[in-house]
Ligand binder design. Structure first.
Ligand SMILES: *Cc1c(COP(=O)(O)O)cnc(C)c1O
Length: 372
């Protein structure tokens, strides 16, 4: 089906085509100089010590959990309203999940009070998700983590270059506040390489561990041996193959050049939604109290206050694509035994409306008209 207004769109053009073609002509396709350059530029722009490129965001989250030593017997606190990969990554390591509530329907990030209520002696880490591109309450999250000696993993799949201003005046991008930040460059994310991801950290030891785990636990890479910088290798830990390649990294460098402009277009569209829906009978826009200039405005998770099925059907009939971010993770069969906060928001009122950098004001006005 060809949607009149698709859920999202991306900005990929001649620049990416040329960059990927140049890699192909070079005939060095596996992780090498282009990936090193992508990592260097990402880390510099993020103002973070290390950026380690991987093959997808789920691998980034898995490496974060592994590098932090999460294992069987541990518990990791994760928000209930997120993509299942945020939780699965801890489960891969044998840990149990404990699901925390979001703040409210107007702020769908993890509630610090709910995190605190879920802590037990087995809790080792908190995975926060900067949902929709809006940074979690990191002053409180980091305070709780310090008090209880917990690690913090930031799932930044929605939030490349979203930022936070701490009460003490310090500023940081999402992914540079906790112990490890995890990014996704999947085909519908703010910056995309088709499949792709990045791990960020300011901790030198964690970065070294993540680099080892990314490539079989081997002490040297094919590229280093090719350049004559290394001849043999040892395998010092049980690693994985979570490497990216030069084609994806070449695209990533192009997307990195565009991300500020793409994010600012998204913020403008979010503002159009806030204005258009101010007097809607059926739909409320969340996060209106937030500073949009600090958000990556990844999605538009509208809250339907009445006639959910009717609104959804009318949008579909008008050729307007919708989705839902998300059904609660604790509701999936594999997590039925997990601990969870009482009476959590179940996401049932969320209806994700279109938001992509190519949208125009008239699109938002049409969506408003159809929603009522
Ligand atoms: C997309 C996404 C991921 C997973 O990223 P992949 O690159 O698809 O593996 C993880 N968490 C959240 C919140 C996401 O939106």
């Amino acid at each position: 089906m060809e949607w009149r207004i698709p859920l999202t769109d991306i900005d990929v053009g001649q620049e990416e085509i040329d960059a990927v073609a140049e890699v192909l002509r070079s005939k060095w396709l596996t992780m090498g100089a282009v990936t090193e350059e992508f990592e260097k530029q990402f880390a510099a722009k993020m103002n973070v010590g290390h950026a380690i490129a991987v093959n997808n965001g789920t691998a980034a989250l898995h490496l974060a959990n592994l590098a932090l030593g999460i294992g069987p017997g541990d518990e990791v606190i994760c928000p209930n309203i997120t993509f299942v990969a945020s939780a699965n990554a801890s489960r891969y390591c044998g840990a149990d999940l404990a699901f925390a509530d979001v703040i409210s329907q107007d702020d769908l990030t993890i509630a610090p009070a709910s995190i605190e209520a879920m802590i037990t002696p087995r809790t080792r880490a908190i995975t926060v998700v900067h949902y929709g591109g809006f940074v979690c309450r990191m002053d409180e999250v980091m305070g709780i983590a310090r008090t209880h000696g917990l690690k913090v993993i930031e799932d930044c799949a929605h939030a490349p270059f979203a930022s936070h201003s701490f009460v003490d005046g310090a500023e940081a991008f999402a992914g540079a506040m906790g112990d490890v930040g995890c990014f996704s460059f999947f085909g519908n994310k703010n910056m995309t390489t088709g499949e792709g991801g990045m791990v960020t950290t300011n901790d030198d030891d964690l970065a070294a561990r993540i680099r080892l785990l990314r490539s079989h636990g081997m002490t040297s890479l094919t590229y280093e041996r090719h350049k004559g910088h290394a001849s043999g290798y040892d395998v010092v830990t049980l690693g994985y193959n979570y490497r990216t390649d030069e084609m994806h990294s070449a695209m990533g460098i192009c997307q990195l050049r565009k991300i500020d402009q793409l994010n600012s277009k998204r913020r403008q569209i979010y503002r159009w939604y806030i204005a258009a829906f101010a007097d809607s009978h059926n739909v409320r826009i969340p996060f209106t109290h937030r500073d949009l200039d600090r958000s990556a405005c990844h999605i538009l998770p509208a809250i339907v206050t009445s006639d959910y099925t009717g609104v959804k059907q009318r949008l579909k009939n008008a050729g307007i694509q919708t989705s839902k971010h998300y059904d609660p993770v604790s509701g999936f069969s594999i997590y039925t035994d997990s601990r969870r906060a009482d009476k959590m928001f179940d996401g049932s009122s969320i209806l994700t409306l279109p938001l992509g950098p190519q949208m125009e004001l008239s699109d938002v006005e049409l969506i408003r008209e159809v929603c009522g």
